[in-house]
Design a protein around this ligand. Structure first.
Ligand SMILES: [Zn+2]
Length: 110
């Protein structure tokens, strides 16, 4: 899968916006995206069990930096210091499908 046409992180809206090569546009809330991290600290590599407590993710989490990894993924450095997660283009595209372009419910805001 090719790298997206454009990637933009809006700190004001706390939203990552991606325009794909086929023109499809995706938007992901920062907190939602942080909760989808697949790194070894967040998901057990063997059992697939979720190790990350979603409640531990601040609702106002920010992206400090993001770097391209090769031509297949985005590495996101979060404001709470978590920087081991890779988001491949395939995974990001899947996350978009599963949320049908809508902002997923955040659940426990209050
Ligand atoms: Zn992680």
């Amino acid at each position: 899968m090719d790298a997206p046409k454009s990637i933009e992180a809006s700190r004001d809206d706390r939203e990552l916006r991606i325009t794909w090569n086929d023109g499809h546009q995706s938007a992901y809330g920062f907190k939602y995206l942080r909760e989808q991290c697949q790194c070894a600290q967040c998901v057990d590599e063997i059992t697939g069990e979720l190790l990350l407590d979603p409640d531990s993710v601040p609702t106002d989490i920010q992206i400090n930096d993001a770097k391209l990894v090769g031509n297949y993924a985005l590495k996101i450095i979060w404001s709470n210091g978590h920087d081991t997660g890779l988001y491949t283009w395939i995974r990001l595209r899947e996350l978009c499908h599963s949320s049908t372009g809508q902002q997923p419910p955040t659940g426990t805001d209050d």
